[in-house]
Design a protein around this ligand. Sequence first.
Ligand code: PEP
Ligand code: MN
Length: 363
Amino acid sequence: MGIELDIRPIKDWLPQLNNPLLISGPCSLETEEQTLETAKQLAKDPRVFIYRGGVWKPRTRPGSFEGVGSVGLKWLQTVKKETGLPVGTEVANAQHTEEALKAGLDVLWIGARSTASPFVVQEIADVVKGTDAVVMVKNPVNPDVQLWMGALERLNQAGIKNLVGIHRGFTPFRETKYRNYPNWKTFIELRRLMPNLPVICDPSHIAGKREYLYEVSQKAFDMGMEGLMLESHRDPSCALSDKDQQVTPAELFAILDKLVIRYSSSPNKQFENQLELLRSRIDALDAELMEVLASRVEIVKQIGQYKKENNVTALQINRWTELMNKRIDTGEKMNLNKTFVQILFQLIHEDSVRMQTEIMDQE
Ligand code: PEP
Ligand code: MN
């Protein structure tokens, strides 16, 4: 069941928004100069709405650069004063949150490692309670939509209405192209369960490498996400964290120029009519598909009855292997994706075996 959160749309707390929400800035703030210089370059483009910079950095292994700490909050205040950009950072405990609020930061976000811990999220929610803070919640490192929702609910229950989800991918369990597995279906599930929650994508932490930023960003717009968080650094080659995934502000603008922004609907009447027509064809085809499935079920049951009368097992592995091979073969000739056909018939077959065993077990 879906949940209607009591939240405000982004434009309510960011009235200047006239494009998808774009948040950019370095992975980590390193020096005051790097912080300001990157911000000044970003502020030249009106497509950048919020400046980000990590001050307290959660590092997977000890010994890496763990952020400059509280002094970074002052640098963010300077960025705000000098560029007019709202500023934000990651908070990972009550103390960070208190300090960030005291420094007047416009946006706080909860990192992927923290979202995975309900105690940490609750501790942060207790601090922001009663304020009109803007809080963004990254997905937890594991693809658990309930854990992600739980964090959003804790904040909403603390009265936070300015909420945004950030999709930053999930820790892969094997070597993958991207640093973090996007598993888009978790985002789709979140959208289904919390339909009024704005969600933006963090292609930097999904991609892990700058050459994949464009394709991940485009995919995010194709999926209807409301914006992007992209890391940028005035000189990524000497970044103290996430070097390979950061781009210069100029490179960021070039990526933005290439991206096609998509909307949930179009003012073009002809498009809407054509879409309507194609959708009614899909509905008709789906109805036929369901009828074919129902006829198939009838025959599966008859076979089940026969097998029962003759004491033959429901599962006939040779028949199953042969059927699967034939379906994949036919599918390939019809240009159907092999994995899709495999999964589809696996499901159909599993359900057939379930029905036949039920018939056999009946008195
Ligand atoms: C970050 O935004 O720099 C960061 C540490 O992200 P995540 O929590 O997604 O790993
Ligand atoms: Mn980073």
